[in-house]
Design a protein around this ligand. Structure first.
Ligand code: FE
Length: 236
């Protein structure tokens, strides 16, 4: 039987992931980023792999120091916290300032805020995967911090309505439905978050039904923290 060739990138959305803050250090500096592509690859030795974008500062640090930590985020993690690590570069912001950390045995600052567990890894081998590097290493420390449930990537997308940055391995161009509201939606030019007047941003103090023009001037993007001026109007 002849099979038609199909290639639906959306099929890959059915792959399950978690949500992690991966931190590393180099020459006295430290940085962290959000990663979803992390998994255990071996039980003996206990080993994990993480896939990081080559353009990210954290990638540079892991490549140099050969150590990283991964904090498993809980479902309670607020979007701005994820935005801080997922949509901003450590080249322009000391992302670990004002964030709870502990110093791991690898010397990497491990993020403890909203973390339900963490692991520390010594990189043993790596694989070049086009835009990314897959770092594989042995777990040298691991600890449970709280009994909260770990956030799955599906929960982040579907319940928290979070977004995927362009630098993530699982990023795909997204298209938004611009039909459903008579009032204009606005898109964050930094992270792609869409402000929908019918939904407002209750967590940010903006009632549903608030037009973008009426949103307070000090309101910030709930995902990445960008100011109102960084939003652009979507065509109706
Ligand atoms: Fe944003």
């Amino acid at each position: 039987m002849h099979m038609a060739t199909v290639l639906q990138p959306e099929a890959l959305h059915r792959i399950g992931y978690g949500l992690y803050v991966v931190t590393s250090r180099s020459n006295g500096n430290a940085n962290g980023q959000i990663a979803n592509a992390l998994m255990q690859v071996c039980a003996d030795p206990l080993a994990v792999a993480v896939c990081l974008n080559k353009q990210n500062l954290t990638h540079e640090y892991v490549a140099a120091s050969r150590v990283f930590a991964a904090s498993v985020l809980s479902e309670a993690t607020p979007l701005p916290f994820i935005g801080r690590f997922g949509f901003k570069s450590g080249r322009t912001l000391h992302k670990l300032d004002l964030v709870g950390t502990l110093r791991g045995i690898t010397g990497v600052p491990v993020v403890t805020d909203y973390a339900t567990a963490y692991i520390e890894v010594e990189v043993d081998r790596e694989l070049d995967v086009w835009t990314h590097t897959l770092f594989v290493g042995k777990v040298v420390a691991a600890s449970i911090l709280t009994e909260e449930r770990a956030m799955s990537y599906a929960y982040y997308h579907d319940v928290k309505r979070g977004l995927t940055p362009r630098s993530a391995p699982s990023y795909v161009e997204h298209h938004t439905n611009k039909e459903e509201s008579a009032v204009s939606k606005y898109e964050c030019t930094v992270c792609g978050y869409i402000y929908d007047p019918s939904a407002g941003d209750p967590d940010g103090g903006v009632e549903p039904g608030t037009a973008f023009e009426d949103v307070p001037g000090d309101w910030v993007c709930p995902v990445c923290g960008a100011g109102k001026s960084e939003f652009k109007k979507l065509k109706d």
